[in-house]
Design a binder for this molecule. Structure first.
Ligand code: ADP
Ligand code: ASP
Ligand code: MG
Length: 418
């Protein structure tokens, strides 16, 4: 058995009566708002979208490494920071960006208002540091848009059903943007970032990676789940379920980026593989002495996002994000099972909707790794993905070799069409 699990998605109904043509949600990531000059440039882009006649909602991330710095600060005062207080702390970064952007927009002669997640009506459950959105009450945003204001919403946060500040997990500003796009009935959701779009591999690891013109929701889900952090996994899942068209593009260039949409035959005509992704931020566990039903029920209860699961005989092998280890260990100890964990493995995945109808992808993947003398520790598949756990110190080599083997450095890989 090998599965990739995705989370359940909240039902957020679009406010049909209030949805109007011309609403655009524009999200800017941490690097894009990294210093005052960049923030002013972002203010300019938001103002230009307003001048073009759109109703504009900006969703901003915290400046640069602010979130990491705040987390570090918390760990300097406490080894196990109280989750509620952690959320109070790390939600601040996004508010700083929004307040500053609103000031810069005023100076450009436009009306703007910054809102916290709570003020924007983003209601979540009570699980601090990885809260799920349960409802959006967008009245205040609509009122501000009706007054011709550019609305800046602090990403990555909401207010719980118990009125506490919550955050949505790392990369959560993408989720804020997509959920608002659905709730406001926006025309599109634009994700501005520090690369020009979604590439055939992480451009920082494979210099010859190509920018994809279009990716299907399912491919993007698999890519996000297997390490392409350019979009947060949950945001892609939500976009798919609510039909939100996503456009990932550069903050620093005007060119089109990558469109994430429903599958269109033409997309797969030219290249059946969309990309090679990788992650080194997973822990692999081997557990014996418990039924899968009980194990995974308890892990779910502890909020652990289990990825790969393999069971052959009494041993259960599963992977989970490295950052979830603090939640996994107490469960395994409580169950009194025999277990071990490895953090020295990385995972490389080949993703592409076209592999459903083209045999031979597995053969080429194995042959390529074998050519490097790499024997994968674990191989798991979905209809559109083959993932291999390989030694962490050979990971980037494996990514580059698979990228070349599937000819992703060729122009056809971009899937551009007129
Ligand atoms: P932001 O701060 O804008 O949210 P992120 O750091 O979360 O940006 O995501 C952008 C980064 O994702 C890029 O800088 C890039 O290194 C990385 N990345 C990994 N895989 C891919 C991929 N396949 N395509 C594009 N970017 C990728
Ligand atoms: N600032 C948060 C993070 O670093 C959220 C985000 O950028 O999307 O994870
Ligand atoms: Mg991000």
């Amino acid at each position: 058995m090998a599965t990739t699990q995705f989370e359940a998605v909240p039902a957020v109904a679009a406010d049909a009566a209030a949805s109007r043509l011309g609403t655009v949600v524009m999200k800017f990531g941490g690097t894009s708002v990294g210093d005052p000059e960049k923030l002013k440039a972002v203010a300019g882009r938001l103002a230009a979208a307003r001048e073009a006649g759109n109703r504009v909602v900006g969703v901003l991330s915290a400046m640069g490494h602010t979130t990491d710095e705040l987390l570090d600060l918390a760990h300097q005062v406490s080894a196990t920071p109280e989750p509620r207080e952690l959320d109070m702390l790390i939600s601040v970064g996004e508010r700083i960006s929004c307040a500053l952007a609103a000031m810069a927009i005023h100076d450009l002669g436009h009306e703007a208002i910054s809102l916290t997640g709570s003020q924007a009506g983003i209601v979540t459950d009570t699980s601090h540091t990885k809260a799920k959105i349960v409802e959006v009450r967008a009245r205040r945003i609509h009122e501000a848009l009706d007054k011709d204001r550019i609305v800046l919403v602090a990403g990555f946060q909401g207010v719980s059903t118990e009125q506490d500040v919550t955050t949505l997990g790392r990369g959560g500003s993408d989720m804020t943007a997509v959920v608002l796009a659905a709730a406001l009935g926006a025309d599109r959701c634009e994700i501005f970032t520090d690369v020009e779009g979604v590439f055939t591999a992480d451009p920082r690891v494979v210099p010859g990676a190509r920018k994809l013109h279009a990716v299907t929701y399912d491919e993007m889900l698999e890519m996000a789940a297997s390490g392409a952090k350019v979009l947060q996994l949950r945001s892609v899942e939500f976009a798919r379920n609510h039909g939100v068209t996503l456009h990932v593009r550069s903050t620093f260039a005007a060119a089109d980026g990558t469109w994430i949409t429903e599958e269109d035959e033409r997309m797969l005509e030219k290249a059946m593989i969309s990309g090679v992704t990788h992650t080194s931020e997973e822990t692999l566990y081997r557990v014996e002495g418990v039924a899968g039903s009980q194990l995974f029920d308890e892990l779910a209860g502890a909020g652990v996002n289990v990825d790969t699961i393999l069971q052959t005989g009494p041993e259960i092998v599963f992977s989970a994000p490295a950052e979830d280890r603090k939640d996994v260990e107490p469960v395994l100890e409580r169950l009194g099972v025999q277990w071990s964990a490895r953090e020295d493995l990385g995972k490389v995945s080949v993703v592409g909707a076209g592999m459903r109808s083209h045999p031979g992808v597995a053969a080429k993947t194995f042959a390529t790794l074998s050519g490097l003398g790499i024997e994968p520790e674990i191989v798991s598949t979905s209809p559109i993905k083959i993932a291999c756990h390989v030694p962490g110190d050979r990971l980037e080599e494996a990514v580059a070799a698979l990228h070349a083997a599937f000819e992703l450095d060729r122009p056809e890989a971009e899937r551009a069409h007129a």
